[in-house]
Each structure stands twice: as structure tokens, then as C-alpha cells.
Design a binder for this molecule. Structure first.
Ligand code: GRF
Length: 202
């Protein structure tokens, strides 16, 4: 059986990318292989993580390419050239157009740091998600892995895990707990599940 070829798209620190690399090294991910990391920020620490793990990495700049269309075309070319089967958005801070998402129907997954449909959609990214959860006073939050379609955070849900909000939480403290107790666990599990389905069909 051929392993699914995985590309991870990142913008920042890349702790979710690291969780995927660790899961690959420990065998949790065995039906797929991360062969490419793409960042839209030149200084993303995620690029260093990829390099350290011996994974090819690319910086694709929207600023230099000027339009969303040219930016997405450059990403698509990189994916096609390497025969990528599965695209994982792991803290990728750029919304992809329908032209892109329709081309990879059920082949793009994203990790979102809340229990969708709470605190998701336009404007809910990074710390804003946790600020909104604390402002609302929810006692439970969590993370969601979902397929990506043209609606921000609107695609079919693959996995969710709940995390308790504690008294005195700041957005930063809550963000860290959601990562440790949910994101870094369910993202690798979901990637393995989808990669297994793809490799069975390959
Ligand atoms: C995570 O909270 C993820 O859910 C969100 O952005 C953050 C990325 O963190 N979409 P990292 O770059 O994986 O450390």
C-alpha cells in the first residue's frame, strides 16, 4: 500500500506541525508521510521545525505574488509537483478561496481551537477564539478537526475534544491547555485516519 503524501501549511510557531512530526516518528501516523511544509511567513518557526526534521519546506509569499489567485496557484503547483494527497492546515492564517478548496474536496483538513460551531468563522483565529470563549463564560471549550470547504470553519467535522475552562484563565493559558489537551492529540489521530483511507484507495 502506498503511503499518502501529506503537505502541512503553516504560518507561525508550528506546534501542531511538531505534534504531527512526533506522531510520525512514534508510528501514530504510519499510513502517510509528511513530505512538504509550506509557510506564508518567511520567519515562521515552523520552517525551522521542518528543516530539523529533514522535511522539504517552502516559503510562498502572498505579498510578492500580489494576488490571492497567484498565491494559491503557486501553492497548487508545489502540491501537484509532489503528488500531494492530503493537505493539513496547521495554524495556516490565510483563508483559501473556493477555487482552491473545490479542487481538493475532502483532501484538506484544518485544526480549529474551539468546539465548532462555537467561536468559529470569520475573525475567530488565534487568541481571539479564546478571548471570545472567556468573554462568554463557557465552562468547556476544546478543539475541532474538520474538512475545509469554501466556508471558513464550515466543513464536515472529523474529530472534537473538550477541554475545561478554569477560574482565572487568561486567553494565553487557555490556548496552551487547548493545545496540550486537545489539538496535539486529535490532529495526528485525524491525519492518520484520513491518510489510511487515502492509502487504501491508492
Ligand atoms: C493553533 O491554536 C491552531 O488551532 C490555530 O492556530 C494555532 C497554531 O499554532 N489555528 P501552531 O502554529 O501550530 O503552534
Amino acid at each position: 500500500m502506498l503511503k499518502a503524501k501529506i503537505a502541512v501549511l503553516v504560518s507561525g510557531g508550528g506546534t501542531n506541525l511538531q505534534a504531527l512530526i512526533d506522531a510520525q516518528n512514534s508510528g501514530i501516523i504510519h499510513s502517510g508521510e509528511i513530505v512538504l511544509v509550506i509557510s506564508n511567513h518567511a520567519d515562521a518557526y515552523a520552517l525551522t521545525r521542518a528543516e530539523k526534521a529533514g522535511i522539504e519546506s517552502l516559503y510562498i509569499s502572498k505579498k510578492e505574488l500580489k494576488t490571492q489567485e497567484a498565491f494559491e496557484s503557486a501553492i497548487m503547483t508545489a502540491l501537484e509537483e509532489r503528488g500531494i494527497d492530503l493537505i493539513v492546515l496547521a495554524g495556516f492564517m490565510s483563508i483559501l478561496s473556493e477555487r482552491f478548496t473545490a479542487r481538493y474536496d475532502h483532501r484538506i483538513i484544518n485544526i480549529h481551537p474551539s468546539l465548532i460551531p462555537s467561536f468559529c468563522g470569520q475573525g475567530f483565529y488565534g487568541l481571539h477564539v479564546h478571548e471570545a470563549a472567556l468573554a462568554k463564560g463557557v465552562k468547556v471549550t476544546g478543539a475541532t478537526v474538520h474538512f475545509v470547504n469554501e466556508i471558513p470553519d464550515g466543513g464536515e467535522i472529523i474529530a472534537q475534544k473538550a477541554v475545561e475552562v478554569q477560574d482565572g484563565d487568561t486567553p494565553e493559558v487557555l490556548q496552551r491547555r487547548v493545545m496540550e489537551q486537545a489539538e496535539w492529540i486529535i490532529l495526528p489521530q485525524a491525519v492518520e485516519r484520513i491518510a489510511e483511507q487515502i492509502s487504501n484507495a491508492n
